[in-house]
Design a protein around this ligand. Structure first.
Ligand SMILES: Nc1ncnc2c1ncn2[C@@H]1O[C@H](COP(=O)(O)OP(=O)(O)O)[C@@H](O)[C@H]1O
Ligand SMILES: [Mg+2]
Length: 292
């Protein structure tokens, strides 16, 4: 497991330490670390952004570790994190919460069950908004106010004005251009500091395979690192869709390959996710040259 504390410059560690949450509340919502950054600069910039109370947008292809990155920030700040998975079904209630009937001393009362936005704001925690550009454009303006420096929003269900407690911060993730997503509107994008999260390569990827998969054979690990490099090159040449080089899929293939033949592992974990025959053939050819 990567020891960030040993690799971060001391001034960043100082910023981090003074921004760290010392409360013992909601500690079950503090996530585990484990993100391997392509360079420490990414980590430094993300920590600085959050320590200054600014919103952070992680931008990159699927399986690049965006969620892992956000979880690692929760870990480094020791800050609990609520999260939202955006989809076209996401509505105001799934963000803010909803009203429900409850009993109090045998009397029926209307109770409000807070949603992730309300919870994160009132508790002063991180809020992770995954795939923010999957949400319907009409849902998102609701949280514009949340992202503003005012950190204030009116709960449409209770008409209560909520102002975020200190410590509240937003981390969002997007995969621009992916099917089903809409370009993030400028007003929203404008409220974030943006960090590009690429697929990791080379020695870092090698380390990740060693620590996160069951694969131990060094030669096979090296070949998987080469496979990933070849896939990324094909993506850059426009021959493959970006998600073909997903690190998530690669790690799955590494795991499977410890039991079933490597090429079949690659077929299941990587190739069968691709819809175009031309792309499938290309990946199988690359696999064939590495694992004849
Ligand atoms: N740079 C990385 N560091 C650590 N884990 C990674 C990295 N890239 C990919 N992974 C692993 O790949 C899988 C998918 O990562 P995830 O964070 O869900 O990606 P994303 O949110 O970008 O789609 C996870 O198991 C994660 O641990
Ligand atoms: Mg994710």
């Amino acid at each position: 497991m990567i020891r960030y504390e040993e690799q971060l410059p001391s001034e960043v560690l100082n910023i981090l330490q003074s921004a760290r949450n010392n409360s013992t509340k909601l500690t079950e919502l503090i996530r585990q670390g484990g993100y391997v950054p392509p360079s420490m600069d990414l980590m430094i910039d993300a920590i600085t952004t959050l320590a200054m109370g600014k919103n952070l947008l992680l931008k990159g292809p699927t399986g690049a570790g965006k969620t892992k990155f956000a979880e690692t920030l929760s870990y480094l700040f020791q800050q609990p994190m609520y999260s939202i998975n955006c989809s076209v079904d996401l509505d105001a209630e799934s963000l803010m919460g909803f009203k429900t009937l409850a009993y109090q001393d045998e009397k029926q009362v209307i109770e409000f069950v807070p949603g992730p936005v309300t919870n994160a704001m009132t508790n002063g925690t991180f809020l992770y908004i995954d795939e923010i550009n999957m949400a319907k454009p009409e849902t998102l303006p609701l949280i514009n106010g949340v992202l503003d420096y005012r950190r204030t929003v009116t709960n449409p269900f209770t008409n209560e004005m909520i102002t975020a407690k200190e410590g509240f911060n937003v981390i969002a993730a997007i995969n621009e251009g992916y099917i089903g997503t809409v370009p993030l509107n400028e007003a929203l994008k404008n409220r974030f500091i943006i960090i590009d999260v690429p697929y990791i390569e080379g020695d870092q990827l090698k380390e990740l395979i060693k620590t996160n998969t069951k694969l131990t054979d060094h030669r096979t690990i090296d070949l998987f690192v080469q496979l990933s490099a070849d896939l990324i090159a094909a993506v850059n040449q426009g021959k493959l869709a970006e998600e073909a080089a997903s690190i998530r899929a690669l790690l799955d293939a590494c795991d499977l390959s410890t039991v079933i033949p490597v090429k079949r592992a690659i077929l299941r974990a990587i190739v069968d996710k691709l819809s175009e025959e031309r792309e499938r053939e290309l990946v199988m050819n690359i696999a064939e040259t590495l694992f004849p």
